[in-house]
Ligand binder design. Structure first.
Ligand SMILES: Cc1ncc(C[n+]2csc(CCOP(=O)(O)OP(=O)(O)O)c2C)c(N)n1
Ligand SMILES: [Mg+2]
Length: 1005
């Protein structure tokens, strides 16, 4: 039976044009296959078939106008045309009512109302210790007889009851200042502690030696000893027991190493035989081959480092989105769930960065139990204590617990266990709670005697507790982060945790083992030299088997290959699948789509006007029909889909939501309804450019981290791009991210009404500074299509480690057909759009990009018609790329004074053309000025220097002096200077166009 396929609810739109018909009579189609694409002046959407079957009749053609209810086609064998609205609603209601059924379990649980006592002070003293003990005994007996989960249940019940009774509940953001895991619950390491201790000592030594050696060569080289010294145990336990490498059976855990601990990572790789002594000698000397980069930089060591982390705060946010992206790939069915983990090492000072804590809510919300943060709480940053007046561990615990993370505190080492066990009155915990980090730092800098006096000495009972211990014993009371047992137990707990991310807050000592000059003192961070005495002390402290002479010569230590330590080290890594870190890629290329997918964009749009943003979105829609490309596209949007006309994507490919959609969307009956889906493809990031950028980096490096090539396309307000997330963009380049950044609503005068904070006139320049970023400012749809297609080919088929920045505008205009033979020029950065061949006696070269090219085109018409001046019009798709070519050519010519100079591409284009150059864009003059050195001609730049402001496009272009009238007047004036036209003619034009000579330079306004 034939059924009609008609236009569903498309919101407020009426009489919308059909721009594509995607089926023909006789086609067999599946449910949801697109029938036609319709386009309003803002966006285009595909209309899907509500049923499967054979297309019988087509009722519309391209150019027809349709509205809700218009019949598009008929289909035979179509079943279940649509679920009626009522039915859908009923289903959802049912779900909700099931969820909300109170879980009474037959308990009556009556609320016993206590008489409200308002403003009753909370008693801090124990007024009835016997009663208190009864409560504690009851709890202990439940734990003993029924286990801890029953005890937790009862406590929760009691707390609920207390809350209902109106009691003021204790602040539960933080727990006491002791380890989260009690000694009895610790999972013990199976490792050989003796061997591990030795290995750790060698790694510590080699890491320090590398820094000291480099600085002996030249103090300019710098480096850090203190950071790794405090983190050695944290890394070692992971390397020996937890972190699984990537190999042909497993995808590998991903480890974000703290930037300043790089020497320790090199030192281990040296023992593993992956780096040579010569390479260690080249630490921070990278200009000649075989040097090692100061910090983790994949660009500089592409087979070693995976994640750039040294710009503090970027590691944590990038890692959170990495963990989310891993879940995304799994939920979309593109990757197997192998239980891989992402471990992130951070400094406690680093947690000050807004980026460090800014995304922890998302990690909990998305239940990222594949994520483990390890914060090395050595209580110090560069200048001094992180939180001298309070406790960083408690503060971070509160933030993370409050956000829903599993918090594991590793504060005290095993030597404290006995003391804590003896502390029946809780006084030791009270003392631990009341000391602040400034004191804790001093305790470790000033020795056992000081700790006895200042810490234990405060209460006679505590002084008594340690009376049989020597000062040395007290000094030996270790911190959790230096105790491999405690660290092992914490890592095991993090590995076993389900349903939330984990953070391990490990208390350590900055510069651990560095002695008087470098341990726990405020200058530890910058300690990069150790004198002979310090080195001897360091050797003795960790028992490194080197002679005094070897120490003086700062030799590295590596035991023989058949020593038990080396065998142990290698065996452990073998068991965990290989070495870490290691960067590799086995991703298959994605074949670029056949040319015809973009063919429609090469034709003229005729009367039809559209923006380049809309053209791009249409290209993406077309790509979604390409079987190879479609599943790999990752559209990323920070809450601006509707601004860019992308709301059609919601229904078509869904918004990624790890829990699917638990509600009936308010616009469910509409075609662009807000559809969240566990296998959704769009990453809708909310108002969060840093997060979106981090997602883009995760997707764009998927080829190495997950061996699957993805095509991330992140579309944002261009003003909130490089300017807002510039450091992440730099890290993206370092990471060799492949993908597209689309700076939409670009151009200082094109985004009209939005004003100063929105109108971008410089993002292109910011992009130009990133060496592997290729950037374009196209004007026409065919340029956009040519660039976009080449980007796909270069990045995802040829696997070049570059990324694209393309600006897209929201001004609607019609687009001409692609002129013949201009592909090469579009990609290189400029081509002759139109030659001025009238009868003009004078010639000029007009160069422009983006929307301002259209002002130049209009100006050329006036110049020709009214002034007999012929203009060649050059569409400059990329001033940035032209400059790169110019610089390179110039350098080659300088290096070869005896050879015939090569021509830059700009010279190739312009040297045989007559006339001076007027270059204009919607960016600052510095943008167009970039090519000035590469031509001998007179060169004038027009641009939008200064702050933007709200007004119409016309007024803004007049204000910034880039409209056609100014272009005409300035061209005449420039020609007058060459005595090619009379100056009175230029004056006349200035008057004619009412150009105010008295107006200040726009950049000063
Ligand atoms: C964004 C950024 N700002 C400043 C620095 C300079 N810097 C390097 S290390 C450091 C202190 C680090 O302290 P912390 O995070 O506690 O690490 P630790 O060395 O103590 O483990 C600073 C300020 C940086 N690397 N990145
Ligand atoms: Mg620190």
């Amino acid at each position: 039976m034939a059924q009609n396929i008609s236009v569903p609810d498309i919101g407020d739109f009426k009489d919308v044009e059909v721009i594509e018909v995607l089926v023909k009579p006789g086609d067999q189609i599946n449910k949801n296959d697109p029938i036609v694409t319709i386009e309003s002046d803002k966006s285009s959407v595909e209309i899907p078939s509500p049923a499967a079957g054979e297309i019988k009749d087509l009722k519309v053609k391209i150019g027809d106008k349709v509205s809700e209810g218009t019949v598009l086609a008929t289909i035979e064998n179509g079943q279940a045309v649509s679920i009626s609205k009522e039915k859908k609603v009923e289903k959802v209601e049912k779900k909700i009512s099931n969820q909300e059924k109170p879980k009474t379990n037959g308990e009556t649980n009556q609320v016993r109302q206590v008489k409200k006592v308002v403003a009753e002070p909370i008693s801090k003293d124990d007024i009835d210790p016997i009663e208190t003990n009864e409560w504690i005994d009851s709890l202990n007996s439940v734990i003993e007889n029924d286990g801890s989960s029953r005890a937790s249940y009862l406590l929760n019940k009691v707390i609920d009851q207390a809350y209902k009774s109106g009691l003021v509940l204790p602040d539960t953001r933080t727990t006491p200042y002791i380890n989260t895991i009690p000694p009895e619950a610790e999972i013990k390491s199976t490792g050989d502690q003796n061997i591990e201790k030795k290995l750790r000592a060698y790694i510590r030594w080699n890491a320090a030696a590398m820094v000291v050696k480099a600085n002996k060569k030249s103090p300019e080289l710098g480096g850090h000893i203190g950071t790794f010294a405090s983190a050695a145990t944290l890394y070692d336990v992971g390397m020996n027991h937890f972190w699984r490498a990537k190999n042909n059976k497993f995808g590998g855990d991903l480890i974000y190493f703290q930037g300043h601990s790089a020497p320790g990572v090199y030192a281990r790789a040296f023992l593993e035989g992956r780096l040579t002594a010569k390479q260690l000698d080249g630490f921070r000397q990278e200009v000649n081959k075989e040097g090692l980069s100061s910090y983790p930089h994949p660009w500089l060591m592409p087979k070693f480092w995976q994640f750039p982390t040294v710009s503090m705060g970027l590691g944590p946010i990038m890692a959170i989105y990495q963990a989310r992206f891993l879940k995304y790939l799994i939920n979309r069915g593109l990757l197997k769930d192998e239980g891989r983990k992402i471990w992130v090492f951070l400094g406690d000072g680093e947690m000050d960065e807004p980026e460090s804590l800014g995304a922890i809510g998302l990690a909990a919300r998305e239940k990222l139990d594949n994520l483990v943060f390890v914060v090395n709480c050595n209580l110090q940053r560069l200048d001094g204590p992180v939180r001298g007046n309070s406790k960083i561990i408690q503060e971070l615990e509160g933030s993370f617990r409050g956000s829903g993370w599993n918090v594991i505190k590793v504060i005290w080492g095993s030597y404290w266990d006995q003391l804590l066990a003896k502390d029946k009155s809780g006084l030791l915990i009270k003392r631990m709670n009341e000391c602040v980090d400034g004191e804790y730092q001093a305790f470790k800098a000033k020795g056992g005697k000081y700790v006895r006096e200042k810490f234990f000495g405060k209460y006679p009972e505590l002084r008594e507790l340690v009376s049989s211990m020597t000062d040395k014993d007290i000094w030996r009371l270790n911190r959790g982060g230096h105790d491999p047992h405690k660290v092992y137990a914490a890592y095991t707990a993090a590995m076993q945790n389900n349903g939330s991310p984990s953070v391990i807050l490990a208390k350590t000592i900055k510069g651990y083992g560095m002695g008087k000059t470098g341990e726990s003192v405020n200058t530890t961070h910058q300690q990069k030299k150790l004198d002979e005495q310090d080195l001897l002390y360091y050797r003795d402290r960790f028992n490194v088997p080197l002679t005094d002479k070897q120490v003086r010569d700062i030799e590295y230590y590596k035991p023989g290959e058949d020593s038990e330590e080396m065998k142990y080290l290698k065996e452990k890594r073998l068991k965990l699948g290989g070495f870490i870190p290691e960067r590799s890629s086995f991703a298959k290329q994605i074949k670029a789509p056949p040319k015809d997918i973009f063919d429609t964009f090469m034709k003229s749009t005729g009367e039809k006007e559209m923006s380049t943003t809309m053209a791009l979105v249409r290209m993406m829609t077309a790509l979604l029909r390409d079987k190879n490309v479609a599943p790999r596209l990752v559209p990323i949007i920070p809450d601006e889909a509707r601004t860019f006309g992308m709301e059609g994507f919601f229904q078509k490919i869904g918004i990624y939501a790890h829990e699917g959609q638990k509600y009936e969307p308010v616009d469910s009956e509409q075609l662009s309804s807000y559809r969240e889906d566990k296998s959704g493809q769009v990453l809708e990031e909310g108002i969060n450019e840093s997060g979106a950028m981090s997602s883009w980096i995760a997707a764009g490096t998927s080829y190495t981290n997950h061996d699957i090539e993805m095509i991330p396309i992140y579309i944002f307000y261009s003003m909130f791009g490089f300017q807002r997330v510039g450091d992440l963009a730099w890290a993206a380049g370092d990471s060799q991210t492949r993908g597209f950044l689309i700076g939409a609503t670009a151009g200082r005068t094109t985004l009209a009404g939005e004003g100063l904070q929105h109108q971008d006139g410089h993002s292109q320049l910011l992009a130009s500074n990133i060496p592997n970023c290729i950037s374009y400012d196209p004007t026409f749809a065919y340029e956009m299509a040519t660039i976009f297609r080449e980007g796909l080919r270069r990045m995802h088929e040829k696997k070049e480690n570059i990324f694209y920045y393309i600006t897209a505008m929201n001004e609607n205009y019609s687009h001409p057909e692609k002129p013949k033979g201009c592909d090469d020029g579009i990609l290189k950065g400029m081509y002759l759009f139109k030659e001025g061949k009238n009868k003009g006696k004078t010639k000029v070269q007009l160069l422009g990009s983006g929307t301002i090219l259209r002002e130049l085109i209009a100006a050329s018409g006036i110049l020709s018609k009214e002034y007999n001046i012929d203009a060649d019009i050059w569409s400059v798709t990329s001033f940035n790329e032209l400059r790169r070519d110019g610089m390179e050519t110039e350098r080659v010519n300088l290096l070869n004074p005896n050879k015939k100079p090569k021509k830059s591409y700009v010279q190739e284009c312009l040297s045989k053309k007559d006339g001076l150059i007027i270059a204009a864009s919607d960016y600052t003059r510095a943008f167009t000025d970039q090519i000035r050195p590469f031509t001998d001609k007179k060169f004038y730049s027009l641009g939008t220097d200064g702050y933007g402001r709200s007004d119409t496009r016309k007024n803004l272009r007049k204000f910034f002096e880039v409209d056609k009238e100014h272009i005409v007047a300035f061209t005449l004036s420039a020609l007058a200077k060459e005595q090619l036209v009379g100056s009175e003619e230029a004056e006349k034009a200035i008057k004619k166009y009412k150009i105010d000579k008295e107006k200040d330079f726009p950049a000063n306004l």
